[in-house]
Design a protein around this ligand. Structure first.
Ligand code: ADP
Ligand code: ASP
Ligand code: MG
Length: 440
């Protein structure tokens, strides 16, 4: 069970989620917690001040954060013993953060990773102390000992499996096993993380290696909605998604799930349920291996996309052209999301423009290059196999008034994607909800 930032966002909420994850007699819970909401953003802010050699800025944020955390202690615990214990722990945490202020401006990437890790370290220790005070048999396993990434920055599943199983065998008689989401070590043994929103990934990785009955992602909304509720009003929860559909929605911007967290659950065949801590009895969304034929499930949007078009008359009937183009992206470790080709050109999209100048420079050897920034991928997900006559037409009809830069259909059976300008995102999402989900 994974509980996100809002779900552990205040002492009151910590007490409520503790009720949810306290197992019934004879059962055990494995719980992954995020940092309290807002904390990771504050830690990013602190690192940012340090990089810019502004120790005063960093200290101000640290002081504010410390006041906030210290104020939680009074409310969360009922005995002086646990208040003192937690205050002592939090003091050591803030001392650690302040030790980096002294280092500015020589703060490194590795230091930043340690700073970012402290949100989850604090929330899990606070909840563990609370559960101990309540008399539960709880043990906190450090995610830094059980979650590791490999040379490519990908989770090392074998390590995670062995390390987790070893800890569980070592600590047999506990009702609740707690760990931090998001944080891990990399192949060099340094503190690292699974990127923003990574607690979902931690939960799915651990659930997959332990082959649990079900992975539960508890958040602040009643499951995956059929469109982005931050942009469109009156969205509806989707009760069931096929693994591939959920993976596409997560990858293409549905913030409720980390972009790649569904993969390990899918490979292990472990169902994932999205549930709402504000309404624990609501059914949420079940993600499993079942396909509901002929249904369009949901729409999502991925921002900050860059489109690169390469045109070349030499491409006409040439083989090997696409390989040369793709090799350039590979050399610069830049993933391609969408791709469209014609006889004289190819357009691709990327979401990480950090190597864009180098990529464009090399592509110019092969053709005329045009770059469009501030684009957005809107992705329609469902059973979109080509046998389902008319489904892509419905999606295309919905965007009839929008200038569409690229369309991708047929890469998988579960998605049709449109590349549009960021400024057209809202009206595209609204138009899709109107056409696809109204009166359903
Ligand atoms: P947590 O802190 O629990 O991980 P997140 O903020 O990461 O929570 O994810 C939950 C939020 O995702 C929701 O509050 C909602 O605003 C947003 N969201 C975006 N797209 C969707 C969607 N399709 N369905 C549900 N929630 C979505
Ligand atoms: N605390 C991390 C973040 O804010 C990880 C997570 O919440 O999933 O990105
Ligand atoms: Mg999240």
């Amino acid at each position: 069970m994974k509980f996100g930032g809002t779900s552990v966002g205040s002492p009151q909420r910590m007490k409520e989620v503790a009720q949810i994850f306290t197992p019934k007699a004879g059962e055990q819970s494995f719980v992954v917690l995020s940092a309290m909401s807002g904390t990771t953003n504050n830690l990013v802010e602190i690192s940012d001040y340090l990089y810019r050699n502004n120790p005063e800025g960093a200290s101000t944020v640290i002081n504010q954060l410390e006041q906030k955390y210290m104020a939680h202690v009074e409310e969360l615990y009922s005995t002086q013993e646990f208040r003192d214990k937690t205050i002592q722990f939090l003091q050591s945490e803030f001392e650690l953060l302040r030790s980096f202020v002294k280092k500015a401006p020589t703060v490194t990437d590795a230091d930043e990773k340690i700073i970012l890790a402290q949100g989850e370290v604090m929330s899990t220790n606070m909840v563990t102390n609370y559960l101990q005070e309540q008399g539960h048999r709880v043990i906190l396993l450090s995610a830094l000992d059980i979650v590791r990434t490999d040379e490519n920055g990908e989770p090392d599943l074998n390590f995670i499996r062995e390390a987790t199983v070893k800890r569980l065998r070592e600590f047999l008689d506990y009702d609740i096993y707690l760990t931090q989401g998001f944080i891990c070590r990399n192949f060099r043994g340094e503190v690292d993380n699974l990127k923003r929103g990574g607690s979902d990934y931690t939960a799915c990785l651990i659930g997959a290696v332990l082959q649990v009955e079900e992975i539960q992602i508890w958040t602040d909304i009643d499951g995956m909605h059929n469109n982005d509720p931050r942009v469109v009003e009156h969205t509806e929860p989707v009760r069931q998604l096929y693994f591939e559909e959920a993976a596409e929605l997560a990858y293409f911007g549905a913030k409720i799930l980390h972009p790649t967290c569904i993969q390990p659950a899918k490979f292990a065949g472990v169902p994932v349920r999205l549930l709402n801590t504000m309404d624990p009895t609501a059914p949420g969304t079940l993600i499993n291996n079942e396909i509901q034929h002929g249904t369009i499930k949901a729409v999502a949007a991925k921002d900050n996309i860059t489109c690169i078009q390469i045109q070349s008359s030499r491409m006409l009937l040439a083989y090997g052209f696409l390989r040369k183009v793709f090799e350039i992206f590979e050399q610069h470790k830049t993933a391609i999301d969408m791709i469209c080709t014609s006889e004289v050109g190819v357009s691709v999209t990327i979401d990480n423009p950090s190597r864009l100048p180098e990529i464009v420079g090399e592509l110019k050897k092969y053709g005329t290059v045009q770059v469009n920034r501030d684009m957005c991928i809107v992705c329609v997900v469902g059973d979109l196999a080509s046998g389902n006559v008319g489904f892509e037409t419905r999606a295309c009809m919905a965007v009839k008034k929008i200038p569409v830069r690229m369309i991708s259909y047929g890469g998988s059976n579960y998605n049709i994607s449109f590349l549009i300008k960021a400024e057209d995102k809202k009206r595209t999402l609204l138009a899709l909800s109107e056409t696809l989900f109204k009166d359903e």
